[in-house]
Design a protein around this ligand. Structure first.
Ligand SMILES: [Zn+2]
Length: 613
C-alpha cells in the first residue's frame, strides 16, 4: 500500500500545527457553540436537535460533548466544532480557526488576514457588498444626526416616539433627497459603482448611462442578519411618495424571504423568553424594543415563510403573530395557518384592537398592557376553527344538515393535522359543541375520512430518539472496522497488514477505509485535515460517534476483517459465475478457460484465508 503525500493542515496562507489546532478547537465546547444556533435537548450523554443542514421534523442531529463531535443521521453531515462553524456560517476553514483563536486569545503566528485565493469568488463579493452597506449606513446615519437635511427625519422620528437611543441602537439614518449624493460620496470612499449597484444602493439608468441613488428622502433602516452583518436596507418615505417602504433588492446577502428585522438584537431575548413575537413593520420592532419588549422581530413587507420559521427555530419553537383585527389582518393570519401546520414551530395569533398595530398600541397603552394582551393570544388552529365556525353561524340556513356537514368537514381537515392527541380531543369537543353535533359522530368522521395510505395522526412523530443517546442505527461490520482502526493506531497497523480498501463493499466506507489505512492521524486531526474529502470526514464523524465497548478489540477486528474478506470473495464468486455462464452461452471457449483459472485462484484464496487459519 502506497502512502499518499499528506500536506496536513496547510491553508494557502499559513500552516497551523495540529497541537495548536487542538488547543483552538478545545477552547470552545461543541455543545455550547451549536446550542447557540440549534435548539438542543439532552438525550443520555448526548444532545439531540433538528438538523440545521437539512429539513426534518424528527431530530436526527446529535451532538456529543464527550467526543466533541456532531453528526446528523439524517443527511450524514458531521464533524467537530470547526466543521460545524464552517458549514453553518459558510466560512472557510482558516477563517473559522482564526476567529476561534481570537475569541480564545490564542495567537497564531504567520497567518495574514488575507483569505486564501481559493475562497475568493463568492466570499470576496460578499465582503465587498458588506463593506458598501456598512459605509452607506454610516453615511445615512450622519445625515440624520448631523445635517440640516436630516432635520425633517429627526422630527418625524421624534413624533413617532423613537428615542435617540433607539436611533443609535438600530443605526437609523436618512438618505438625502438627491439623485446622486450617496453614489458620489461612496464612490469617493473607494467603493466601485458596480459594487454599489449590486448592493442596491445605486441603480444603473441604462447600459453605459450612469447611475442614480435608489433611496432618496427616506428614513433609512439598516437590516442585519442574525450574525449582525449589515445585509440591506429598508427606506421609509416622509411624504406621500409610493412605495411607502422600499427595500434593498435581492442580493447575495439580502433575501426578504429569509430575513427578519431585529433578529440580530432579539435572538437572545427570544431564547430566554422561550418565544418570539412577529410583527409586520419596522416601527413595530423599534418601538417594542424601546419599550423593553425585546423578543420581537419583523417581516420585511412579505408574508411569513418557511424560511423565516427555520431561522427562528434555532432559538425557539413558539411564536406569537400579531395582526390588526380588521378583515385584512384576519385574512393575513388565516393565510399563515397552513405554514404552521407543516412546521415544528407552534404559533399563536394575537389580534390587536381594530386600527392598531403593535407600534401604536405600545405607544398608547405601554409595555404592561401589551404583555397583558399577549395572554389572549390563541393557538393558530383554534383561531382558524373559530373563524370557520363564525363564518358558518353568520350564514343563512346555518342549521341545515348540509351546511353543518360542510363546516364539520372543514374543521376536521384542520384537526386531522394536529399530532398531539390531547389537543386533538380538545378541538373535537369544542367543534362538536359549537356546531351542536355529537362528539362521537365527529370522532367517527375523523377516522373514516383519514386518507388511505397517509400517516394517521397517531403514527406521526412517534419515532422517538432511542435510548442510545438519540442514535438510531447500530454500526455494520464495515463501520465496526472503521471504528476500531479509528480509535487505535495499533489496530490500524494490524488492519493495514490484512485489509485493503477494496475489502469495503460500500463505496463511501471504502473511501474512508482507504484514507484511514494511509494515515496516522487521529479523529480530530482528520476532521481538520484540509486534504481529506468531506464525504470521508462525514463517515469518520459518524463512526466516531458510536459508543461501543470491546472486551478484545484486536480479536473483534480480526473477526470483522474476515467477514469483509469473505463477503468480498462471495461477491467475486458470483461475478465469475455470471461471466462464465455468459461466456458459455455465447461459445467463447478461450474466455471460459481464463475465467476458470480465475475461479481456481479464488478457491485457493478462500482456503488460505479461512481454512488454514
Ligand atoms: Zn441533517
Amino acid at each position: 500500500m502506497q502512502r499518499h503525500i499528506n500536506r496536513g493542515n496547510l491553508p494557502l496562507d499559513g500552516y497551523i500545527p495540529e497541537e495548536l489546532l487542538d488547543r483552538i478547537r478545545g477552547s470552545q465546547d461543541i455543545a455550547d457553540v451549536i446550542s447557540r444556533h440549534v435548539s438542543l435537548k439532552k438525550s443520555g450523554q448526548n444532545y439531540v436537535g433538528l438538523c440545521p443542514f437539512h429539513s426534518e421534523k424528527t431530530p436526527s442531529f446529535i451532538v456529543s460533548p464527550l467526543k466533541q463531535l456532531f453528526h446528523c443521521f439524517g443527511c450524514g453531515t458531521g464533524g467537530n466544532v470547526i466543521t460545524f462553524l464552517m458549514k453553518y456560517e459558510k466560512m472557510p476553514f482558516i477563517d473559522v480557526v482564526k476567529r476561534m483563536a481570537v475569541d480564545a486569545g490564542i495567537r497564531i503566528a504567520n497567518i495574514t488576514n488575507n483569505i486564501g485565493a481559493d475562497s475568493a469568488g463568492g466570499n470576496e463579493k460578499k465582503k465587498n457588498l458588506l463593506e458598501a452597506n456598512k459605509l452607506a449606513a454610516e453615511y445615512y446615519h450622519d445625515i440624520l444626526i448631523k445635517s440640516n437635511e436630516g432635520a425633517i427625519a429627526r422630527t418625524y422620528l421624534s413624533e413617532r416616539g423613537v428615542a435617540l437611543e433607539s436611533i443609535e441602537r438600530f443605526n437609523i439614518g436618512y438618505s438625502s433627497n438627491s439623485w446622486d449624493k450617496a453614489g458620489e460620496y461612496l464612490g469617493k470612499r473607494g467603493i466601485s459603482k458596480e459594487v454599489l449597484a449590486e448592493a442596491g444602493i445605486i441603480i444603473q439608468k441604462g447600459k453605459g448611462e450612469g447611475y442614480y441613488d435608489r433611496f432618496r428622502g427616506r428614513v433609512m433602516l439598516p437590516i442585519y442578519d442574525r450574525y449582525k452583518m449589515l445585509v440591506g436596507f429598508g427606506g421609509r418615505v416622509l411624504d406621500g411618495t409610493t412605495p411607502k417602504y422600499l427595500n434593498s433588492p435581492e442580493t447575495p446577502l439580502f433575501s426578504k424571504r429569509q430575513l427578519l428585522y431585529g433578529l440580530d438584537l432579539a435572538q437572545n431575548y427570544i431564547r430566554e423568553s422561550g418565544y418570539a413575537i412577529i410583527v409586520e413593520g419596522y416601527m413595530d420592532v423599534i418601538v417594542a424594543h424601546q419599550a423593553g419588549i425585546q423578543n420581537v422581530v419583523g417581516t420585511l413587507g412579505t408574508a411569513l415563510t418557511g424560511n423565516h420559521l427555520r431561522s427562528l427555530s434555532r432559538f425557539t419553537n413558539e411564536v406569537i403573530l400579531t395582526f390588526d383585527s380588521d378583515t385584512a389582518g384576519i385574512n393575513a393570519a388565516r393565510r399563515s395557518v397552513e405554514l404552521f401546520l407543516n412546521s415544528e414551530v407552534t404559533a399563536k395569533v394575537l389580534l390587536l384592537p381594530a386600527g392598531e398595530d403593535p407600534d401604536s398600541y405600545i405607544r398608547k397603552a405601554g409595555k404592561t398592557s401589551f404583555l397583558e394582551l399577549l395572554k389572549n393570544a390563541k393557538g393558530i388552529i383554534e383561531f382558524e376553527i373559530e373563524r370557520i365556525i363564525e363564518n358558518w353561524s353568520n350564514r343563512d340556513q346555518s342549521e341545515s344538515i348540509d351546511s353543518r356537514v360542510r363546516v364539520a368537514e372543514e374543521c376536521l381537515t384542520l384537526i386531522r393535522k394536529i399530532n398531539n392527541r390531547v389537543e386533538r380531543d380538545y378541538y373535537l369537543k369544542k367543534v362538536a359543541k359549537e356546531i351542536r353535533t355529537s362528539e362521537e359522530v365527529l370522532r367517527a368522521e375523523l377516522v373514516r375520512r383519514k386518507k388511505p395510505g397517509g400517516k394517521s395522526p397517531d403514527s406521526a412523530g412517534v419515532d422517538k430518539p432511542s435510548h442510545n443517546g438519540g442514535m438510531k442505527n447500530k454500526p455494520g461490520v464495515e463501520e465496526m472496522v472503521l471504528l476500531l482502526i479509528l480509535k487505535d493506531l495499533n489496530l490500524r497497523k494490524i488492519a493495514g497488514g490484512i485489509l485493503t480498501d477494496e475489502d469495503f463493499a460500500d463505496s463511501q466506507l471504502r473511501e474512508a477505509g482507504r484514507y484511514l489505512l494511509n494515515t496516522d492521524k487521529e479523529l480530530h486531526d482528520i476532521i481538520n485535515d484540509l486534504t481529506c474529502q468531506d464525504a470521508v470526514k462525514d463517515v469518520i464523524s459518524r463512526v466516531g460517534m458510536y459508543d461501543l465497548h470491546f472486551d478484545s478489540p484486536e480479536r473483534t477486528l480480526i473477526d470483522c476483517t474476515k467477514v469483509l474478506q469473505r463477503n468480498r470473495l462471495e461477491g467475486e464468486f458470483k461475478r465469475l459465475e455470471k461471466e462464465i455462464s455468459a461466456a458459455e452461452s455465447s461459445g467463447m471457449y478461450d474466455r471460459i478457460r481464463g475465467l476458470q483459472v480465475e475461479m481456481q485462484q479464488l478457491h485457493q484464496k478462500r482456503r488460505f484465508l479461512f481454512e488454514n487459519n
